[in-house]
Design a protein around this ligand. Structure first.
Ligand SMILES: [Ca+2]
Ligand SMILES: [Ca+2]
Ligand SMILES: [Ca+2]
Ligand SMILES: [Ca+2]
Length: 340
């Protein structure tokens, strides 16, 4: 492992710790883990429905933009204190524009029934909800992206027991078909889905929790095309989102430090680390769980989640700089932004 100290002065532009050289094309042994199971398999589906979607709780009034009461960035010097709420270690949320209005929507998960639900948002404001398909036991919903490029976001699922991946093709909140994606090598998990090579097809971001290495698997719909290693994450840092923060057309990593609640952007060119910068530090009790452009200014924003209160909040950013905050809707009991 190569230790690289920050070459950028100023504490807000430092990047965390370690980076292993990336851009190593996978050896054939890595590709051996890939089984060509693409096809219309009989994948799990339960309890599809479109009624009785959960509604926001009594704190609906907080869906109004309110930069006065929304959580504010923590003072970096205070951030290390009061941490102990790492209940969301490694957890991330999935977002997608399910009604094609240009605004990202929440995917809620019910921890008991494994049902999903879509909460349509206009920026931070709840517009409506619909039940989605239920995830089967043993599978996790790890990404949302439009794999078959029909303008409807799809679910990307991973089974850590079998290392299989699957795509659930959606029409709005309704699952219409399914196919296996490539099977991951042992020790790797599906972490994010986004287009890293600009061909319009979402790609997998894989993570190895033993080595902390990341990798990109380039896909054509659900079919593996090629792979490349990405940067290795420092200990305690978790990859919670992917977006283009500096507007150069390349997707960047959003990292969250689960021990001190710092955030960082790792700017990439394809799968290659270019530089890092700190983003705002998240207050105790809250976690950074996803990124998307909520207010339509082209700059990706942070989605924050408080698992104790089930409150959500948006932090509007300009690149890595906090601009303002607003509460989003509060989830009903039993539902979460993260989970299976
Ligand atoms: Ca689709
Ligand atoms: Ca791609
Ligand atoms: Ca970028
Ligand atoms: Ca924005």
């Amino acid at each position: 492992m190569i230790r690289k100290t920050s070459s950028i002065t100023g504490k807000r532009t430092q990047r965390p710790g370690f980076l292993r050289a990336g851009s190593i094309i996978f050896a054939s042994s890595f590709a051996l883990g890939f089984s060509a199971l693409a096809g219309n398999m009989n994948l799990p589906e339960q309890n599809m429905g479109s009624s009785n979607a959960p509604q926001p709780g009594e704190t609906t009034e907080q869906t109004q933009a309110d930069s006065q009461t929304a959580p504010q960035p923590a003072d970096l010097s205070e951030a290390a204190a009061g941490i102990g709420d790492n209940v969301l270690t490694g957890a991330w949320a999935t977002l997608g524009d399910f009604n094609n209005d240009g605004h990202p929507d929440y995917v809620l998960r019910n921890g008991s029934t494994l049902q999903t639900a879509i909460w349509y948002l206009n920026n931070n404001v709840f517009i409506g909800g619909a039940l989605g398909p239920s995830i089967r036991v043993g599978w996790s919903l790890d990404g949302v992206a439009d794999f078959n490029r029909n303008a409807h976001p799809d679910y990307a699922l991973f089974n850590p027991g079998t290392d299989q991946t699957a795509i659930w093709y959606m029409s709005g909140p309704t699952r219409v078909s399914a196919a296996f994606g490539p099977t991951l090598p042992d020790g790797w998990e599906l972490r994010q889905t986004a287009d890293f090579n600009g061909d319009g097809f979402p790609d997998y971001v894989l993570f190895n929790s033993t080595s902390n290495q990341t990798a990109i698997w380039y896909l054509n719909n659900n079919v593996y095309v090629s792979g490349a290693f990405g940067p290795t994450l420092p200990v305690n840092w978790s990859l919670v989102g992917v977006a283009d923060f500096d507007g150069n057309g390349h997707r960047d990593y959003v990292l969250f430090n689960v021990s001190n609640h710092q955030t960082a952007i790792w700017y990439l060119s394809g799968s290659t680390f270019i530089r890092g910068a700190y983003g705002p530090t998240i207050p105790s009790g809250w976690a950074l769980v996803a990124t998307a452009d909520f207010n339509g200014d082209v700059h990706p924003d942070y989605l924050l989640y408080n698992p104790a209160s089930r409150q959500t909040a948006i932090w509007y950013l300009n690149n890595n700089v906090f601009v303002g905050g607003a509460f989003g809707p509060t989830l009903p009991a039993g539902w979460s932004l993260v989970g299976p």
